[in-house]
Design a binder for this molecule. Structure first.
Ligand code: 6PG
Length: 266
C-alpha cells in the first residue's frame, strides 16, 4: 500500500516503501488505464521513456497482467529516444524490447520506434509525421485544447537534474510550442543525440506518470513538487502539468525523502 496518496492540485503522489511495492502499484495503475482506454476507445496508446522505468514495469510481464491485459490493443511510442541503431545498447527501443515488448503479446506493427538511419533532425520530423498519421487513424486521440496528440498514458522518468524525456534544464527545447517532436544534439545525459516529445504533447496526455526512485533524485523531487521560492530553478519536471489529464508520481521513500509538503497517511 502506498505510504501516502497525497492529492495536491490534481497531482497524486504514491510513495512506496520498496521498489517491489512500487512496481506492483505501477503495474496495477497501467493495467487499469489500459482496460479503461480499450473500453472507451478500443485501443491503448502509451508513450515510454528510457532509464529505470522499464525495469520497474517488469511486473506487467508476469501473472496476472501478462494474461489479463489486452496487449493486442496496445500501441507503443517513445516520449524520447536516443538517435542510435535500434539494436544499440543505448537504444530505448532495445531497452523496452528486451525488458517488456519481447515478453508480452504486443502486435509488432503497433510498435512505433524511430527511423534510426537518419539524422536527429530528420528522425524527429519522421516521428512527428508518424504521429500525425496515427492521430488521423484515431489510434492516438487529439487534445480538445490544442491539436496535439492526446496519449492515453505518457510514462516518464526523471533525472537528478529534473529532466524528463530529453527535455533538459534551461534548454531552448522547453520553449517549443508548435512541433510535437523535436531533437537535441547536445544532451547533457549521453548519448548526445536524441528526439523527444515537446511539453505540449506531454501535457496533452490523458494520463502522465512520473516514476522516480533513489536518494539522488530527492532534491529534484523537492524542487518539483514542493512550493519553493521564486529564486529556485523551474525544472522541466515541474513544467509537466497536464492541461486536462491526471498526473501521478510514483516515488520510493528515498526519492521522497526531501519532500516537505507530504502528510504521510499510514
Ligand atoms: C532517457 C530517458 C530519461 C530517463 C531519465 C531517468 O532516454 O534517458 O528517457 O528521461 O527517463 O534520465 O532515468 P533513470 O530512471 O534511469 O535515472
Amino acid at each position: 500500500m502506498a505510504l501516502a496518496g497525497v492529492h495536491k492540485d490534481r497531482r497524486e503522489l504514491r510513495i512506496h516503501e520498496s521498489l517491489d511495492e512500487l512496481s506492483t502499484d505501477l503495474a496495477d495503475y497501467i493495467a487499469e488505464l489500459s482496460e479503461a482506454s480499450v473500453k472507451e476507445r478500443g485501443v491503448f496508446a502509451i508513450a515510454l521513456s528510457g532509464g529505470s522505468i522499464i525495469g520497474l514495469m517488469g511486473k506487467l510481464c508476469e501473472a496476472p497482467y501478462n494474461k489479463t491485459v489486452d496487449w493486442a490493443k496496445w500501441y507503443i511510442f517513445w516520449a524520447d529516444e536516443r538517435v542510435v541503431a535500434k539494436n544499440h545498447v543505448e537504444s530505448n527501443y532495445k531497452l523496452a524490447k528486451d525488458g517488456l515488448l519481447s515478453k508480452v503479446p504486443i502486435v509488432p506493427s503497433h510498435v512505433h520506434s524511430i527511423n534510426d538511419s537518419v539524422s536527429a533532425e530528420q528522425a524527429a520530423d519522421d516521428y512527428g509525421f508518424v504521429l500525425r498519421q496515427l492521430v488521423k487513424m484515431r489510434v492516438v486521440s487529439v487534445s480538445g485544447i490544442c491539436d496535439c496528440p492526446k496519449f492515453d498514458l505518457v510514462l516518464l522518468g526523471m533525472g537528478s537534474d529534473g529532466h524528463v524525456a530529453s527535455l533538459f534544464p534551461k534548454h531552448s527545447l522547453l520553449d517549443e510550442k508548435d512541433d510535437w517532436v523535436t531533437f537535441i544534439t547536445d544532451s547533457p545525459k549521453p548519448p548526445p543525440e536524441r528526439i523527444t516529445f515537446t511539453l505540449p504533447v506531454i501535457n496533452s496526455a490523458s494520463n502522465v506518470a512520473v516514476v522516480v526512485t533513489g536518494e539522488s533524485k530527492a532534491e529534484a523531487v523537492h524542487l518539483t513538487i514542493d512550493h519553493v521560492g521564486p529564486d529556485r530553478p523551474v525544472l522541466p519536471s515541474r513544467m509537466v502539468q497536464p492541461t486536462e489529464g491526471k498526473l501521478v508520481w510514483f516515488l520510493d521513500k528515498a526519492a521522497a525523502s526531501k519532500l516537505q509538503s507530504v502528510q504521510f497517511c499510514e
